[in-house]
Design a protein around this ligand. Sequence first.
Ligand SMILES: Nc1ncnc2c1ncn2[C@@H]1O[C@H](COP(=O)(O)OP(=O)(O)OP(=O)(O)O)[C@@H](O)[C@H]1O
Ligand SMILES: O=c1[nH]c(=O)c2[nH+]cn([C@@H]3O[C@H](COP(=O)(O)O)[C@@H](O)[C@H]3O)c2[nH]1
Ligand SMILES: NC(=O)CC[C@H](N)C(=O)O
Ligand SMILES: [Mg+2]
Length: 509
Amino acid sequence: MQEKILILDFGSQYTQLIARRVRELNVYCEIHPYNHYPAPDSSVKGVILSGSPSSVRDANAPQVDLSPIKGAFPLLGVCYGAQYLAQNYGGEVKPSATREYGRAMLSKVEAANPLICGLSQTTQVWMSHGDTIARIPDNYRIIASTEDVPVAAFQIDGEKTWGIQFHPEVYHSTEGSQLLKHFVVDICGCKQDWTPDSFIESTVRELQDKLGNDKVVLGLSGGVDSSVAAMLLHKAIGKNLVCIFVDMGLLRKNEFEDVLRSYESMGLNVIGVRAGDKFLSDLKGVTEPENKRKIIGRDFIEVFDAEAQKLTDVKWLAQGTIYPDVIESVSVNGPSATIKSHHNVGGLPEKMHLKIVEPLRLLFKDEVRRVGRQLNIPMEILGRHPFPGPGLGIRILGEVTAEKVRVLQEADKIFIDNLKEAGLYDKVWQAGVMLLPVQSVGVMGDERTYENCVALRAVTSTDGMTADWVHLPYEFLAKVSNEIINRVKGINRVVYDISSKPPATIEWE
Ligand SMILES: Nc1ncnc2c1ncn2[C@@H]1O[C@H](COP(=O)(O)OP(=O)(O)OP(=O)(O)O)[C@@H](O)[C@H]1O
Ligand SMILES: O=c1[nH]c(=O)c2[nH+]cn([C@@H]3O[C@H](COP(=O)(O)O)[C@@H](O)[C@H]3O)c2[nH]1
Ligand SMILES: NC(=O)CC[C@H](N)C(=O)O
Ligand SMILES: [Mg+2]
């Protein structure tokens, strides 16, 4: 049985970060909403309570029944979790005189305590709270303090239960990972055996048990998730995996051929379907971004389904769902507002009457990449920038035509090739070119031109939720602009997008 740490989520923006820090220690963990957690069995080695935007003093503050956990399993409360452990067992939480956000220096009071023994005597931690623990119950001991927060860390006497007011999971808590290691390894006794190799081995075994001799169909996009899912399935069931890669006519220049070739060299059984004409004709005259997305999504499902119908005896549809998608769908905060209909090419399950298999549903993106490396997937696939499902269709503002696709593909290729040549591609999280529905006057060879404008976009990000524009060198931008204007017929002006997300988004539609 896979040993694990349970993380009970009270809605903190940092809950996923706690999980990632624990996983980085090669310890498996799962996030569950505080009000629906599974009864802990012997595979559970310890429990972490997350922070929360709520205050324990609110009448409707999240309440959790800790009776199956507290005293029976090692327990660590972070921020709200710590305040909850103080408030509900005889202590008192009050609003802080000054709200505390950011850096603070933690000093050890009980230096030998197993939670903090390896940390420096004073160490930088990150705070984010408006409440403070004013009084702890009689059987609690303070083990560390900051200047403003006397109860920065405590332990309950005779119990493996701790609370900490700061956030060990964030980067700015310099010895935060060390503290988490003390908890999950020294205190909970986790063996640190959750590695890409062990994941591959156990997943391949599970897939073989589950699928037997059944046939599985999977959509390959050229992206990281579907490629890694395909290689895992390929390792498990070989030729019983059939992959379909659809060319919607909206991919980057030469991408369909290049990616298909990589897949074939990886030994995958791939069917490439060219369906660009259908997409372009259905997009004719359509300018509204959400309509464009809906049409592309609908056409994708039709094309994929028609191709899959040609295969006989398929029982399963494989998907590259990853852990953040799973957490999002069970989150205590509920689904968030729709800014854009993402994953619009992911609507296959409703349409196809197949059982679903999702070999990556427990992994974070960086873990998917590590597994991919271990499976020898080429870096040209693993290191590829994210690319939106609707492709260049949402980078051509307004109506999509074959000619605009061609123009954008040329400009995009120049930008991406230059990023690679300058050694900037891997430093940028995502880059692309937007073709604007704007014409402007120019002069070329003494003649007046009246042509299109493109915007270059390059951002840094970790998950696409927030992003900042990249400070690309002026010389680099000059070279790209020059090449695009000189070589791509139909473009006479290049601008660089210097908007962060929020308030802008990464794609323009
Ligand atoms: N052109 C395509 N041909 C076949 N399948 C596709 C194509 N584009 C997307 N898919 C399928 O739809 C799924 C969802 O696509 P989407 O791009 O929204 O997800 P993703 O999280 O970016 O995954 P990936 O990294 O695999 O692209 C993909 O994982 C893949 O299975
Ligand atoms: O699979 C996808 N299907 C989509 O419909 C889609 N729209 C945007 N994106 C990608 O998501 C990230 C955030 O994009 P935005 O800031 O534009 O919302 C960026 O990485 C975008 O490229 C998509 N990915
Ligand atoms: N980060 C947190 O868990 C904050 C807890 C609580 N909302 C406070 O402000 O103190
Ligand atoms: Mg994708």
